[in-house]
Design a protein around this ligand. Sequence first.
Ligand code: FCB
Length: 453
Amino acid sequence: MNKIDIPSTSRIRHRDFIFGVATAAFQIEGDVNNRLPCIWDTFCRIPGKISDHSNGHIACNHIEYWQQDIELISSLGVNAYRFSISWGRVMTASGQINPQGLAFYRQLIDALNRKGIKAFVTLYHWDLPQYLEDKGGWLNRETAYHFRDYADAISRELGDSVYAYTTLNEPFCSAHLGYETGVHAPGKIGQAHGRQAAHHLLLAHGLAMPVLRKNAPNSQHGIVVNIAPCDPLTQFTDDIRAAKLADDYLNHWYISPLLKGTYPDSFSQLPSNARPHIEDGDMAIIQAPLDYFGINYYTRNVVCSNGRRGFEGFEIVPPKKVAMSLTAMGWEVTPISLTKMLLTLAMEYDLPPIYITENGAAYDDQIIDDEINDMQRVEYYKQHLSALDRAINAGVNVQGYFAWSLMDNFEWAEGYQKRFGLCYVDYTTLVRTPKRSALTIKHFLEQKTDAIR
Ligand code: FCB
């Protein structure tokens, strides 16, 4: 019942396939006094923004428990760990390196390398230093240049000790949720804001890429986007058209500039007062060649038309109205959408090698007799790994997969109430306990092969 049923000839089982676990700085680190405040510290103080009124002050206290966490990672048998660097821990407000902060990540990476676990380092997982937000944050073009300088300073120091650098995690979330709908930090609202922030984030990525390549020529360099494919509710023309617009607005707005150097054609449907300021040469910078394309996949969107025009004309149907199975986040479980999404992307774009950089599910875990039998999560992983195997079989070049997350952590606007971990965290004692899902993946990874299909 607990076995992940993937044929021994699958690339996923090959010993060179990258199979990792992922986390992000703000969600696990704690120790906020030894870094600059970031937009999430500020956002957590605004009443009503975080559902359990929590913050990142302690989180999983990873800064203190990092050695134990590396042992935990290693005990799972994974060969990669994806984590993020907190910008405000490693840089001062005047743009100098903070040696103490950098030393933390250096020792973490050294310890991973000693264990043969590849370090996948994300430079920006949403925790913009507050002093930059005070100057406009991602609405200010200058922030993109500050990001480039931060990427330069850090990659000069860490160089090739990092296996893969990721510039940004999910620019959609930073831009759309942070500056357009306001449900994430910094909580700004408005279409013009969201679109401008998106452009500056993409620009930041493009500016950083050549710098990273120069400083760490033997590392891989890329970006991570989240993709929730958009399916029409019905086969009526209006719904199909609405789903296409939603797909452009939520997904291709990021993918297309990165891989083709242009915004989707539907850009022309943006009202003129919501169009971002784009300078000559920006799109070429954004389209910098990628060593890999990271995709975070959790769920899909079902979309219908509401009869209005342009980007105002689509609506996302609440998953509970259409889904057979939901996670604790209320997200539809739909592994087939992962296969379809990868196949569609491969048809539409000239794709670099793909890593699935996040995939996983929140469920309401119960500890019974010191055990967490998270069978729904086990099922989620089984189904999604099979779905991934199908895409690989059909010819999509996927080189790695990361489970989100190593352990339960601060789930942004949901606080600590939503648990995504393979390991359970008791937030009173901070004890980490591998769940059944962790043990299932460990067992799966014990049977690696050299077979090539
Ligand atoms: C992604 C984020 C990650 C985590 C998962 C559940 O959007 O990158 O930090 O919160 O969702």
